[in-house]
Design a protein around this ligand. Structure first.
Ligand SMILES: Nc1ncnc2c1ncn2[C@@H]1O[C@H](COP(=O)(O)OP(=O)(O)OP(=O)(O)O)[C@@H](O)[C@H]1O
Ligand SMILES: [Mg+2]
Length: 337
């Protein structure tokens, strides 16, 4: 009983696993969600891409009925989060950014605990099948503290799938993982999406991950959805290439605007973003109009999700990253494992 939405053409309808309209969440004077409206079709891997503090975890908390929004509406797996939070909770799984496993228990005991917490009956068959699917059957009776990071991630996914949810939420599932484990996890997420038919909503601030793994994306910045679509739709929105130039002192952009091949110049102070048709052709012209001694940094961006973010917000995703003490400790814990 999922929400049905008309597509833009009106000729087809798609099942929506998640639909939000104008969600707002405030923490004191901080607006963590600012009129968030997204549609997530059933059966897709959907990515929420944004820097630290963008509102990703807050959106997951609202959609998993852990916290209430201050405004707006949302349905998850066909149920309204405010009117039917328990129906929502029955149909969702959550893989948190923090470690949630009990290290002193075995894999099987962790599954048992999860079943108790969720009041599940007849869970053992599903648990056995999940361990088998994830390649953990022969480690069912090992204590989790003996597990590698990849094995722990697999077990966290088994816990999230134990009650056969129709959607799972993964909050930065690959944060702090080495590239090999990250790729293993991408394959696993694709596999459970296909084989278990579950819709996946994952958050990430890794551009590469959003591009490689997600069929559809929403880019979130300071609580607002600033763009949404498939990775290729988003990339095709950015016309041309972007040249970022950082200078000592303030540079007058007016002469650059007159150059052939320059579409626009934005930015302020000592940092400009120049949109051009072709950086190879136009960069020499730009340099000829500038005091090259004053240039501190030049960076050329070909069309990519990074350019989409830069184009829309005027900043890079990694520039907005700040020290996050919670993640710092999560990484240390993982490193110790
Ligand atoms: N419990 C809280 N109390 C007060 N402010 C909060 C709380 N939770 C989040 N915020 C604020 O809301 C904003 C969004 O935070 P949120 O955790 O949703 O971001 P995020 O996109 O998940 O970031 P990250 O990538 O660092 O996990 C931030 O400004 C944050 O400081
Ligand atoms: Mg977060």
């Amino acid at each position: 009983m999922n929400t049905v939405a008309e597509t833009a053409s009106g000729s087809q309808s798609v099942n929506l696993e998640i639909r939000t309209r104008n969600l707002v969440k405030n923490y004191g004077h901080v607006r963590a969600l600012d009129n968030v409206s997204i549609d997530i079709p059933s059966g897709t891997i959907f990515g929420l891409l944004g820097p630290n503090g963008a509102g990703k975890t807050t959106l997951i908390k609202v959609l998993t009925a852990l916290i209430k929004p201050d405004g707006g509406q949302a349905t998850v797996a066909g149920y309204d989060i405010l009117a039917s939070p328990f129906e929502v909770k029955k149909r969702i799984g959550w893989v948190a950014a923090e470690v949630i496993l009990d290290d002193d228990l075995t894999a099987w005991e962790n599954l048992w605990l999860q079943a108790k917490l969720q009041n599940l009956k007849d869970w053992t068959d599903t648990a056995r099948k999940l361990l088998d699917y994830l390649g953990l059957s022969d480690r069912a009776d090992s204590k989790v503290k003996e597990f590698s990071t990849g094995m722990r991630k697999k077990l966290e996914i088994a816990l999230a799938l134990l009650h056969n949810p129709s959607v799972i939420f993964m909050d930065e599932p690959t944060i702090g993982l080495d590239p090999g484990t990250r790729r293993m996890l991408w394959d696993l997420i694709r596999g459970i999406n296909r084989n278990y038919g579950v819709t996946v909503l994952l958050t990430t601030h890794y551009i590469e991950e959003a591009d490689a793994l997600c069929e559809r994306l929403a880019i979130i910045s300071r609580g607002k959805i600033v763009a949404a679509g498939t990775p290729s739709e988003l990339k095709s929105r950015v016309k041309g290439e972007l040249i970022e130039v950082e200078t000592e002192g303030v540079t007058d952009p007016s002469p650059l605007r007159l150059l052939e091949g320059v579409r626009e110049v934005t930015g302020e102070g000592n940092r400009m973003i120049i949109r051009v048709d072709s950086s190879e052709e136009t960069l020499p012209l730009i340099l000829s109009k500038m005091n090259t001694m004053s240039i501190k940094k030049i960076n050329v961006q070909k069309p990519s999700l990074e350019t989409v973010f830069l184009d829309i917000t005027g900043t890079r995703i990694d520039e907005e990253q700040q020290m996050d003490i919670r993640k710092f400790y999560a990484n240390i814990r993982r490193a110790r494992q």
